[in-house]
Design a binder for this molecule. Structure first.
Ligand code: FMN
Length: 320
């Protein structure tokens, strides 16, 4: 069994956090990740309702399992009720990412809830640390969903030099050996999203899961096209990594023109409604080529932990 600051703090059997993924990670996926020994999180998008947060949180809570909730800092300015709902759901951990976590930290700590924040630069890490977050999550540009521009490993090493608290690695990790690599580098655990995109407990559609299973690591694009088309208020510094599709091939790199194209905007909104993957965003990271079949989330977590243990033992054999 692997023991780290993450597993000790939250009483986990595996040093694995299931990333909060809006539209994919609801209560059932969070529950399944926690059943597998990790810490499952629920993703709360900017358009989610407090009712959604309460309903999804009730799923892992009904079994007494630990779970987390992930919020978007930039959205909380307009939607403070999402922070209220997260606190009321009594999770173990709340992630406040993509923006300044500081305004939320004191309230979460008063409620006895630990705080994580994904960071995309060394300055982000300094700010999150100064704000008092308990866990720094280094999110590399390899990651699926909205992310920054720095690669995970160099940023992880940089953040570990300046951090005085546990650091997790996010982005591109999808095998036990990958988990072991992050731990050996100094991370207290991993925060995985893409490896959970083909789990039957997810909120995504069977067609989306099939597309994920068919995709290779070369099939992703880091783009603002989907956000601009939908008029979403995502700050520019966080584009989204998604599987390339007809829409991104047409509009990626031409985002400035998109604002004047209401038809293109309608196309994305309609595609999301109907599940048309040629124009709807399907967020996934560069490790997507390693996700080749549907698998229960608990199995994914258990296999990552067991594989990491094997890899760590094999690594020790490298020593003379
Ligand atoms: C479909 C999808 C949705 C995501 N939604 C969120 C979100 O709502 N909040 C958040 O903090 N991170 C979100 N992320 C980013 C994840 O928290 C995490 O950084 C990422 O999945 C880790 O990299 P990986 O995908 O390579 O495992 C999302 C990622 C994906 C793939």
């Amino acid at each position: 069994m692997i023991r780290t600051a993450l597993t000790r703090t939250f009483g986990l059997a595996a040093p694995v956090v299931g990333a909060p993924m809006a539209g994919v990670a609801g209560g059932a996926l969070a529950r399944a990740v926690s059943l597998g020994g990790g810490l499952g999180m629920i993703g709360v998008g900017n358009a989610a309702t407090p009712g959604f947060v309460a309903e999804e949180a009730a799923v892992p809570a009904a079994d007494g399992l630990p779970f987390g909730i992930g919020l978007m800092a930039w959205a909380l300015e307009e939607r403070p009720e999402l922070l209220d709902a997260a606190i009321a759901a009594r999770p173990t951990l709340v992630g406040v990412s993509f923006g300044d976590p500081a305004p939320a930290v004191a309230r979460l700590h008063e409620a006895g809830i630990a705080v994580a924040s994904q960071v995309n630069t060394a300055d982000d890490a300094r700010r999150a640390q100064a704000a008092g977050v308990d866990l720094l999550v280094v999110q590399g540009t390899e990651a699926g969903g909205h992310t920054g521009h720095r690669a995970m490993l160099p940023l992880l090493q940089e953040v570990l030099v300046l951090a005085d608290r546990p650091v997790l690695a996010a982005g591109g990790i999808a095998t036990g050996a990958g988990v072991a690599a992050a731990l050996v580098a100094g991370a207290a655990g991993v925060w995985i999203g893409t490896p959970l995109l083909a789990c039957p407990e997810a909120l995504n559609s069977p067609a989306a899961r099939a597309r994920v299973c068919a995709a290779t690591g070369e099939d992703t694009v880091l783009t603002r096209a989907f956000d601009v088309a939908q008029g979403l208020a995502w700050p520019e510094r966080w584009p989204g990594r998604a599987l390339a599709n007809d829409f991104s091939r047409e509009w990626h790199g031409r985002e400035d023109e998109l604002t004047a194209e209401p038809d293109a905007a309608r196309r994305v909104v309609e595609a999301r409604r109907t599940g048309d993957l040629s124009a709807a965003p399907l967020y996934a990271g560069e490790s997507v080529g390693l996700v080749t079949g549907e698998r229960p989330a608990a199995d994914v977590v258990r296999e990552l932990a067991a594989g990491a243990e094997r890899a760590l033992r094999a690594a020790a054999d490298l020593l003379a």
